[in-house]
Design a protein around this ligand. Sequence first.
Ligand code: COA
Length: 260
Amino acid sequence: MNFENILVNKTAALAQITINRPKKLNALNKATIEELHHAFDALESDENIKAIIITGSGEKAFVAGADISEFANFSVEEGSTLARAGQEMLFDFVENLATPVIAAINGFALGGGLELAMACHFRIAADTAKMGLPEVSLGVIPGYGGTQRLPQLVGKGKAMEMIMTAGMISADDAKDCGLVNHVTTQEELLPLAEKIASKILRNSPVAISAAIVAINANFKDGVNGFNTEIEAFGASFGTQDFKEGTTAFLEKRKPNFSGN
Ligand code: COA
């Protein structure tokens, strides 16, 4: 598939998506959001791909937000449609993928950029990265899930402060409050993401997908996460990966998971 605003690379079971609009600090315009949807959708359908890393091109920005030039003249209806369509097409879509997605935050992750990173399954950051939700400084609020996912990750009080002040926090502060899991140098960012991904790749893809569903159930309205876990746990017993994992353990060898 040919894209204008993103790059997609595959190495064995690992895919990397790079948002590639460096002159606009990788801001998410409509076309980029659509391309990201198609890329994630294609990688999810590719049975060889077992983990995805997403990052931004250059050393300055992961994503500096939604593209302000595109919505500056929007009406109330257009604003609602922008948020709803974006959430469905990209942010909720990524969060609910069966394939694990790691955000490697290489610079500014602001507004929609931080919202995209928060929709990923977890995040690591370069020590130069800066993160924030500056929307209220523009007279809007976060519209791609930021008011929901930031409190889930950092707690209500910290999220209130970050959103109300529109300020940016450093990578170390983001690690302290649970927004990112690891901080490293810019040079080591992608190697670290690949190292973590390689640990994921050793495990059962079907069990990992079920774990994503069960963990996400904790944050869904009207869904009993414990029931989701019980059902997913039971279903594991019917998979080939379960038979392979338990047999390999008993035979004192490494498992060779098929992902079925
Ligand atoms: N939407 C559209 N364009 C953006 C953008 C965004 N969110 N963020 C950066 N850009 C563009 C700038 O307009 C500029 O384009 P130009 O060279 O054609 O004028 C280019 O990217 C470089 O940005 P610039 O502001 O010159 O870089 P800087 O180093 O001075 O500042 C930031 C970096 C991130 C602090 C600043 O770009 C910024 O505040 N961006 C907006 C962040 C934001 O509010 N995001 C939330 C949107 S809801």
